[in-house]
Design a protein around this ligand. Structure first.
Ligand code: AKG
Ligand code: FE2
Length: 445
């Protein structure tokens, strides 16, 4: 394979992966028994009927709200230059409407998780918000309120308003959902419909200023529950043209015997961010991958490749050079190890980080890490000789490194002049094992 073809295929691959929206949106009709919202106002019980809502109803609801805060570093902050809106806690209102009865959960499972998720999806009402004229919420990322929380669902109730669009940004791309244009407002007779959008927690979003009227939303936390999801999603995955295109690009790479001609790993950096910590089971995490990440994993398994999620740790010898035991020469060393789980931080405290042999033994024998070598383009295309090293796997990264990558963090006590807390990070990625070209052909037959 020529060294120009590989970047081209990787670029086409990246375009496929990025073609995916990081959110879903749409509308649904509100039935006659689900149009009312009751709330505790300053003068007793209040009610808004969204089948025929008036401005004074909405003004009263807005007046009953408190200023909305937002979360920064685990704290709730009030700052009207960042977020100007009213909020009401769930203890103070009750809505007749529930998103569960409208099939939105099935859409989330199919569209956001490609039917890959085996865990059930739970929905929990979080807040009511009222955005009056001039209200907005600047660009932010939602803070997951637990490890299980993966996203938010926002339902925009049918009221006449302009502005208040949602802008989403991810992977350098931007999308706008004009929810004001999507809702259909009732007049007591004709049908009326609410709008909804669901998105992953790590997707940046903002609400543009409301120009006129009131924008009323119900926000729900989306989380994984222990219930098993409904079966039957498999057909949705295999019909997807994006997954097939991703598979096609990987096939073109692998069908050329000069690409990774001695075998190795294909590495895919995760496109979305996930909450992981030292006890996260990476096998379980693999079952909850978001949209494009789920597609990549699925495409690799469909091609018969052994795939897994692994954490990559890079280690520099400390000090930055060490003396080789065999020839006595000084060497600078940076090694990368792929592991199926986080490094055991407690053990790190017991290792003499200055003793390179000790560190290696720890990483290889204790952590069961596999030394990997990042291949450059010329080496992957077999245009440059690669010195074979036993026990080292070659890896070719298909997509570039991203700043916001998912990292698994382990803290350990570092002993220096004073004991302090040190951290080691493993970057989590999808890994597909690729045999040498003869084995690849066997795999396809
Ligand atoms: O009101 C919306 O559309 C989004 C609200 C939001 O981003 C949030 O509550 O975190
Ligand atoms: Fe948000």
């Amino acid at each position: 394979m020529s060294s120009t073809q590989i970047p081209e295929i990787c670029k086409a691959f990246a375009e496929c992966v990025q073609a995916e929206l990081p959110y879903i949106s749409g509308t649904f009709p509100l039935g006659p028994n689900e149009s009312k919202l009751f709330y505790q106002g300053p003068n007793g019980l209040g009610m808004v009927d969204f089948s025929n809502v008036t401005d004074s109803d909405l003004e009263a609801l807005s007046d009953a709200c408190q200023p909305a805060s937002f979360g920064v570093g685990g704290q709730d902050i009030l700052d009207v230059s960042y977020r100007k809106a009213g909020k009401m806690d769930t203890s103070r209102f009750s809505s007749q409407f529930s998103p569960v009865t409208h099939g939105i959960i099935d859409l989330i499972r199919e569209d956001l998780f490609k039917g890959e998720d085996e865990r059930g999806i739970g929905v929990e009402l979080y807040k009511l918000n009222v955005y009056g004229p001039g209200s907005f919420f600047k660009a932010h990322i939602d803070t997951p309120r637990s490890d299980n929380m993966f996203g938010s669902l926002v339902v925009i109730l049918p009221t006449i308003h302009t502005g208040g669009s949602l802008i989403f940004r991810h992977g350098g791309k931007e999308w706008t959902f004009d929810s004001a244009g999507a809702v259909q407002v009732g007049d007591g007779a004709s049908s009326y419909q609410a709008a909804y959008t669901a998105f992953y927690s790590d997707v940046e979003h903002e609400v543009t200023p409301v120009l006129s009227g009131y924008r009323v939303t119900l926000t729900y936390n989306l989380y994984f529950s222990s219930n098993t999801a409904a079966a039957g999603a498999a057909s949705i995955r295999s019909q997807s043209s994006i997954t097939l295109a991703i598979e096609g690009h990987l096939k073109s790479l692998l069908s050329d015997s000069s690409f990774l001609h001695t075998g190795g790993y294909l590495g895919f950096r995760l496109i979305h961010k996930y909450p992981v910590h030292k006890s996260t089971d990476l096998n379980l995490l693999a079952k909850t991958l978001k949209g494009p990440d789920a597609r990549i994993l699925f495409a690799c398994t469909s091609l018969g490749l052994r795939t897994s999620l692994q954490a990559f740790y890079s280690w520099r010898s400390s000090p930055s050079s060490y003396r080789d035991a065999q020839d006595g020469k000084k060497r600078r060393i940076k090694l990368t190890y792929a592991m199926h789980k986080a490094v055991n931080a407690d053990k790190v405290s017991e290792i003499d980080m200055g003793d390179w042999e000790d560190v290696k033994e720890f990483l290889e024998d204790y952590c069961k890490g596999k030394a990997v070598r990042n291949l450059g383009l010329m080496a992957a295309a077999n245009m440059e000789s690669v010195q074979e090293k036993p026990d080292t796997q070659n890896i070719y990264w298909i997509n570039p490194e991203v700043k916001s990558a998912t990292k698994v963090e382990s803290a350990y006590i570092a002993y220096g002049n004073e004991a302090s807390l040190g951290y080691i990070y493993g970057a989590v990625a999808i890994v597909a094992e690729v045999g040498d070209p003869s084995k690849r052909r066997t795999m396809e037959d």
